[in-house]
Write a protein that binds this ligand. Structure first.
Ligand code: ADP
Length: 400
């Protein structure tokens, strides 16, 4: 019997899903994907094939009182009708925070769920939305195994010095430290590097995950040793709408001199800053690169400058650099951003082949580049499907 694994990635207003069905040798293959968006506003469901062909679409009116649970029920009913003879064995969820405890995916039960609830205060904008569908699915599909896969888990190999803030020890012990995120993406990339260039995988690699959320990670011998995201997902690089690294004195200024409330500052840091805040034009790199507005150009310049500075910092953290990888929306598709970052990093011996970069080749470095530069598409959903399948298999083996 072929296995079906449903991958769920839920945010504040959308639930994204991917359905993986195992092929002949048991490997998960994407069968369909889609999302419910506009939750609590005007819900819209769409399901597509792996090539983007629309398989199903439904709109509900703005005054429909469908909640998370109703929409998840619609989604799961659609999935069950499209299993193509396979049986749904588990759902794998992207969960942003595994706290200090979870270094690997875990089968969710009530006590695990309670523990994950305890990490809501560490990621208040993401964690509640990641946990809501786990609860809803337990109600609409009791008995279905559910596995939580954490964005923090890949970074649990970071040495203590890389995770510690210079704060009084008691706060560090309470969990106020750097965790790092985008771990499922970095783990996928680390595995792909092993396939593409095994000699590089043993060395020191910096991966730039440049999407609407952006970060960078230093991976030494396949293990994360440092990253630009810290206690929350607002640290490090400027992002679509998030500030990235900011002098904490700015927060004090906003509180004390500008009289802003904590909620207003949260909105400023997460929703009104980054590329959008600097450009005043858009949070989308495509729009900025095409814009004639000098503020758009400034936002692009700042983004590339920050990536370049973090590259130096992460290389220093590893004591060297053997390869550079670009991934995610901007990293995979924006030749001008890669070109600028690499030009600024020429001092590291990096040199790019312009034609290879323009056609988004897998290897974009020039023959004389001291280190190879790769463009590798990430696939967090596939990573979640693989983890979920591994947890299900371990449980089946243990039961034998
Ligand atoms: P998320 O972090 O939401 O998963 P993605 O990794 O899909 O985001 O990245 C989305 C971002 O990638 C978009 O906001 C856009 O800025 C950028 N992007 C996508 N395609 C291009 C492109 N061709 N050129 C420049 N930027 C792009």
């Amino acid at each position: 019997m072929r296995d079906g694994i449903l991958v769920i990635n839920a945010g504040s207003s959308s639930i994204k899903f991917s359905l993986f069905l195992s092929n002949g040798d048991g490997k998960p293959l994407l069968s369909s994907k889609g999302q419910v968006e506009g939750i609590n506003v005007a819900p819209h469901f769409i399901a597509q094939g792996p090539d983007g062909t629309v398989l199903s679409e439904q709109h509900w009116p703005a005054d429909s009182d469908l909640n998370h649970e109703d929409l998840l029920k619609h989604l799961i009913d659609w999935v069950e009708d499209h299993l193509d003879g396979a049986s749904l064995v588990a759902a794998g969820h992207r969960v942003v925070h595994g706290g200090p405890k979870y270094a690997s995916p875990v089968l969710v039960n009530d006590s695990v769920l309670d523990e994950l609830d305890g990490f809501v205060q560490l990621a208040p904008l993401h964690q509640p939305h990641n946990l809501a569908p786990i609860r809803a699915l337990a109600k609409v599909h009791p008995g279905l195994m559910q596995v939580a896969c954490f964005d923090t888990a890949f970074h649990t190999t970071n040495p203590k010095v890389a995770t510690t803030f210079a704060l009084p020890r008691q706060l560090t012990e309470e969990g106020v430290r750097r965790y790092g995120f985008h771990g499922l993406s970095y783990e996928f990339i680390a595995r792909r590097i092993r396939e593409i260039a095994p000699e590089v995988a043993a060395g020191k690699v910096v991966v730039c995950h440049l999407g609407s959320g952006a970060s960078m990670c230093a991976i030494d011998g396949g293990k994360s040793v440092a990253s630009t995201l810290g206690f929350t997902a607002v640290d490090g690089l400027p992002m679509g709408t998030r500030t990235g690294n900011l002098d904490p004195g700015v927060i004090l200024y906003l509180l004390q001199q500008k009289g802003m409330s904590a909620k207003e500052i949260e909105t400023l840091l997460y929703k009104r800053s980054g590329l959008l805040g600097v450009s005043g034009v858009s949070n989308d790199m495509r729009v900025l690169l095409e814009s004639d507005d000098p503020h758009a150009a400034e936002a692009v310049e700042l983004f590339c400058y920050r990536v370049n500075r973090e590259l130096g910092s992460l290389a220093a953290a590893m004591g060297g650099l053997d390869a550079l990888v670009f991934t995610a929306g901007i990293g995979e598709h924006s030749a001008p951003v890669r070109e600028r970052v690499c030009a600024a990093s020429a001092w590291l011996g990096i040199s790019v082949d312009a034609a290879a970069n323009d056609r988004h080749a897998e290897l974009i470095s020039a023959d004389d580049s001291r280190i190879p530069v790769y463009v590798i598409p990430t696939n967090e959903e596939m990573m979640i499907a693989k983890h979920t399948r591994a947890v299900v298999r371990q449980l089946a083996e243990a039961a034998q």
